[in-house]
Design a protein around this ligand. Structure first.
Ligand SMILES: CC(C)(COP(=O)(O)OP(=O)(O)OC[C@H]1O[C@@H](n2cnc3c(N)ncnc32)[C@H](O)[C@@H]1OP(=O)(O)O)[C@@H](O)C(=O)NCCC(=O)NCCS
Length: 289
């Protein structure tokens, strides 16, 4: 088995997509849900984007020339993040994941903080704890938004974000997690349905929504974060299932918003952190954290 850096090529990004699909399908054997075409497109675009922005943070494992695993990581200012890693089911449990993680952690040397959104796979939780990350159990909210519960919401002057807001978004992130998302906003703006921005005398925040999924939310206070989440959930099209993930107990404001709007809460996965507490008026995205 050899490890080499991932490249932004058709073959490598397709290998990421295929390994990812096989590894995650095996995690939920009874499920008939398959990634949508848009999710596949995003998956490949993100792999190419990170291979370009962080060539030393993105690795492919090959057995006899055939890709069997990968890990995608990035350094954003003082924060190292693992965007995704997976190994083909038939090769799991043999140390491939550990070798890939070691390479990506090398890339993160010098970063004071680290963040990973962790799947339900116990192998993943074990790997990250062994690497020194604190595992914060997370909750997921899902279901249909109760429209009648939206009626008493106060007006929040939200508008659609554009590339003109990038400095504002980076400032909010630096305040919350000491690191901006920087170049990742370009990809999120291209692939996610909408960016919502609120900038008032009492607080500032932003949120990406894609269909029913709240992808990333950051605000200057919990109060503003709760109002923004409510606003984003109100925009989920009727009939589409809403989904908010990676909520730790420190983001109880999000649980309260979800319960008020009729969503169901359940536990799922972890937020693995190093050198930091969960940023509170914040919901990480699985994609860019
Ligand atoms: C998570 C993943 C990338 C790890 O890769 P891997 O090659 O299986 O990892 P490793 O073999 O290096 O490590 C797995 C560890 O879990 C242990 N393990 C194996 N099967 C296990 C199980 N069923 N339950 C708990 N631990 C298990 C192994 O013993 C090993 O620990 P050790 O090295 O301390 O002995 C891979 O299993 C995977 O693709 N999972 C599905 C996709 C996923 O969840 N990705 C992570 C997203 S955060």
């Amino acid at each position: 088995m050899i490890l080499r850096q991932l490249r932004d090529t058709e073959a490598d990004t397709e290998a990421v997509r295929e390994i990812s699909r096989a590894a995650f399908s095996a995690l939920t054997p009874g499920s008939t849900r398959r990634p949508t075409e848009a999710e596949d497109v995003f998956q490949r675009a993100r792999a190419g984007h990170l291979a370009t922005s962080d060539p030393q943070g993105c690795w492919l494992a090959l057995q006899d020339g055939v890709p069997i695993g990968f890990a995608l990581s990035a350094r954003r200012e003082s924060l190292w993040l693992l965007a995704l890693t997976a190994v083909l089911p038939e090769y799991q449990g043999n140390g491939v994941g550990r070798l890939l993680l070691e390479r990506t952690l090398e890339h993160g040397r010098g970063c004071l903080r680290g963040m990973i959104t962790v799947s339900v796979d116990p192998r993943a939780a074990r790997r990250y704890r062994k690497a020194g990350f604190t595992l914060h159990p997370t909750m997921k909210l899902s279901g249909q938004v109760d429209r009648s519960a939206l009626l008493d919401a106060g007006e929040l002057p939200v508008h659609r974000g554009t590339t003109g807001h990038l400095h504002l978004l980076d400032s909010i992130d630096r305040r919350l997690r000491d690191a901006a998302h920087g170049v990742d906003h370009g990809l999120m703006l291209r692939h996610y349905e909408e960016l919502l921005v609120v900038d008032t005398m009492t607080g500032t925040g932003y949120c990406y929504r894609d269909g029913g999924t709240i992808k990333l939310l950051a605000a200057t206070s919990r109060h503003m974060a709760a109002r923004l989440l409510r606003e984003a959930l109100a925009r989920v099209p009727e009939g589409t299932e809403a989904k908010v993930e990676w909520i730790t107990a420190e983001q109880e404001w999000a649980v309260d918003v979800g319960l008020d709007l009729g969503l169901t809460v359940e536990n799922r996965g972890y937020l693995a952190l190093r050198g930091m507490r969960p940023p509170a008026p914040y919901l990480p995205s699985g994609g860019f954290l």
